[in-house]
Design a protein around this ligand. Structure first.
Ligand code: ATR
Length: 282
């Protein structure tokens, strides 16, 4: 008997924790199915996706560096994916490839869970970074009515391009302006790769940060980044990146396997333990 199979498409993809998440849910919900890794090189991605309907998979997640290629490959993209021009979740309808982007959902779901009512307390936010992850974060904040946003990026022109695209609510800035901005904001989000294992640290003095401002780091390896540790030490509410990873997986699982799974403390502990084991092995 055949059972539904999904995969995570990336390059490299060996590090992906998505199989742990989806297999946990399959076992927990006693569903027949599987979820595997597909390492697809950039020169092969267009043909892989063009032939997806005959691959035997019911759907897929897409990670770095293929989210833009997946957007180009779909017959239809849901509005959020069209806005971000990036697809991270695929499925088939009548053999046609359809895509969405669940990063915005994952970012907001974890923020809502961690700091209920955060949006009523957030007048101004700063987002560090101007890549794909930052775009998802910024769209989530705009969706929730945050009226003033500062996009801080090493390459200032990238922040300027993003701000020009998103309108008057978004102000571009370079890192040199950040200390001044920290005094005014209610939420700081790191959407760069800084602080991730193997990347340079995010060297940021939180001294000037407004009292009570929340700090969200979308980096989840390590789970407790130096940024989050510094925020907690100063009494700021701190939100880690693991919840975003877990929540963004929910809509795809529901679509492929037919049941909406839950992000539970047990799942969080399982993935955190896996990440910890990897950290220790490095
Ligand atoms: P993603 O799609 O995952 O967001 P990306 O498009 O490569 O990845 O973006 C990475 C972000 O991290 C960018 O904002 C990048 O800044 P630049 O636009 O200046 O490249 C930021 N970043 C990466 N390494 C950095 C570093 N060493 N110092 C400062 N910012 C860095």
């Amino acid at each position: 008997m055949s059972f539904p199979r999904a995969c995570i498409i990336g390059h490299p993809v060996a590090h992906s924790r998505s199989p742990v998440i989806h297999r946990h849910w399959l076992a927990e919900l006693k569903l027949e199915g599987d979820y595997v890794r597909e390492d697809v090189a950039p020169e092969k991605i267009a043909s892989f996706l063009a032939g997806f309907a005959t691959s035997g998979y019911v759907g897929a997640n897409v990670t770095v560096p293929h989210k833009e290629a997946a957007f180009r490959a779909v017959t239809r993209a849901e509005p959020v994916a069209a806005t971000l021009k990036a697809v991270n979740t695929l499925w088939l309808e009548d053999d046609r490839l359809i895509g969405t982007n669940t990063d915005v959902y994952g970012f907001l779901a974890h923020l809502d869970e961690s700091l209920p009512g955060w949006n009523t307390r957030t007048r101004m936010a700063a987002v560090l970074g101007a890549g794909g992850a930052a775009r998802a974060v910024i769209h989530g904040l705009i969706e929730r009515g945050i009226s003033r946003l500062v996009v801080v990026n090493r390459t200032r022109t990238r922040a300027e391009t993003l701000a020009a695209e998103l309108g008057a609510r978004v102000t571009p800035a370079g890192f040199a302006e950040l200390p001044q901005r920290l005094k005014e904001i209610d939420l700081l989000v790191n959407a760069t790769s800084l602080g991730m294992t193997g990347q340079p640290p995010l060297d940021l003095d939180l001294g000037p940060l407004k009292s009570g401002a929340a700090v969200y780091d979308i980096v989840y390896a390590p789970l407790e980044t130096p940024l989050l540790a510094a925020a907690r030490a100063r009494g700021h509410p701190a939100v880690d990146g693991l919840g975003m990873l877990l929540h963004q997986a929910v809509p795809g699982f529901e679509r492929w396997f037919g049941v909406r799974p839950k992000v539970t403390p047990a799942l969080r502990s399982l993935v955190a333990a896996e990440l910890g084991a990897r950290e220790r092995a490095q």
